[in-house]
Design a protein around this ligand. Structure first.
Ligand code: GTP
Ligand code: K
Ligand code: MG
Length: 356
């Protein structure tokens, strides 16, 4: 039996099983199994060839943004308007058949924008190029989704949108302790133990530090979940009423645009592509650091772009491979603070590195 059939079978059993206290643990176990099979769907296997392999586009620049959406929502139109790359645009579905990279230059950073083939319902089960699109989406720092319905699709294949990793710590091969620093209102120790037993993890220390659900627990147990921020972008708002547009624009993590009406309308909500870039930039939360050599002004046009939480060591690695190995100390302006490799840098810091 293939993985897809196994998934179907478990889903059917879950649908048949009444939800009550007596079946709770069994359902938890089924959920965990389901999660494992779904993860398998995306893993490359020798037999199924390219399954789980994304499109062959090299990561470039300081961050990658993936454009995901149903066919013909206007992904290629958007890429063509926001970057110097032209991706074929047409009124029929599946115009784009591979990943097309473009570059947005913003605030001294280079953001790679990836136009992708449209995905349809059932994409996570391998329909169309869905699997390849989903695998590529997993490599992104931000997903720009041009339609909301697809959120569920990405969820079934282990991409968690706008969520951070639940605060759970496991240690295998220990005494089997269970600690929770908060009151659990959405799951309990017995359910979690049942799931662990289903995975043959009998000796495992679990420490839970927030009020998690059973699904959160399975996510962390499976360990391959990707937590990626997502912006929902509604294109073609020229086709809906002002009231509808206004309502959409107020939803969380949402931007409304029109690739056709750029610069034409003056509205209460900003529908410009400039505003979209601003929002993408905010979601990526990159930190820009300027490096400075002794006696020379820093080059403000060429920052090192890093993830939030980056350290002096990351700055070193961003400049040259050998820098961290020969590191003596760093100097961070504006406060001329002497720092070590583990010091976290802030946006707009000017950093000098002194080597042995
Ligand atoms: N009215 C309107 N039409 C748009 C807008 N943006 C794009 N279109 C049209 O929508 C159609 C599909 O655009 P594409 O950019 O090819 O869409 P896509 O999402 O890349 O499509 P696939 O590659 O087939 O998945 C084209 O005819 C575009 O001209 C918009 O803001 N308003
Ligand atoms: K199209
Ligand atoms: Mg396209």
């Amino acid at each position: 039996m293939g993985v897809v059939e196994k998934i179907k079978e478990i889903e059917e059993e879950m649908a048949r099983t009444q939800k009550n206290k007596a079946t709770e643990y069994h359902l938890g176990l089924l959920k965990a199994k389901l999660a494992r099979y779904r993860a398998q769907l995306l893993e490359p296997t020798s037999k199924s060839g390219p399954a789980g392999v994304g499109f062959d586009v090299q990561k470039a620049g300081d961050a990658r943004v993936a454009l995901i959406g149903f066919p013909s929502v206007g992904k290629s139109t958007l890429l063509s308007k926001m970057t110097h790359t032209q991706s074929e645009v047409a009124a029929y579905e599946f115009t784009t058949l591979t990943a097309i990279p473009g570059v947005i230059e913003y605030q001294g950073a280079r953001i790679q924008l990836l136009d992708l083939p449209g995905i349809v319902e059932g994409a996570s089960q391998g329909r169309g190029r869905g699997r390849q699109v989903v695998s590529t989406a997993k490599t992104a720092d931000l997903i720009v989704m041009m339609l909301r319905l697809l959120e569920i699709e990405l969820d079934t294949v282990g991409i968690r949108l706008n969520k951070r990793k639940p605060d759970i710590v496991f240690k295998k091969r220990t005494t089997g302790g269970f600690t929770s620093t908060v009151k659990l209102t959405q799951t309990d120790e017995k359910t979690i133990r049942t799931i662990l037993a289903g995975y043959k993890l009998h000796n495992c220390d679990v420490m839970i530090r927030e009020d998690i659900t059973t699904d959160d627990f399975i996510d962390v147990l499976i360990g391959t979940r990707k937590y990626i921020p997502c912006l929902y972008v509604y294109n073609k708002i020229d086709a809906i009423s002002l009231e509808q547009m206004d309502k959409l624009a107020r939803s969380p993590n949402t931007v409304v645009i029109s690739c056709e009406l750029v610069g034409v309308l003056s509205l209460a909500v900003d529908i410009s592509l400039d505003y979209l870039v601003e929002r993408m930039w905010a979601e990526l939360s990159l930190v820009k650091v300027y490096t400075k050599k002794r006696g020379v002004q820093p080059d403000l046009s060429d920052p090192v772009c890093l993830r939030k939480g980056a350290t002096i060591e990351d700055v070193c690695n961003g400049v040259h491979r050998s820098l961290a190995a020969n590191f003596r100390y760093g100097l961070v302006c504006p406060h001329a603070q002497k720092v070590g490799l583990l010091h976290q840098v802030q946006d707009e810091d000017v950093v000098s590195i002194f080597t042995k």
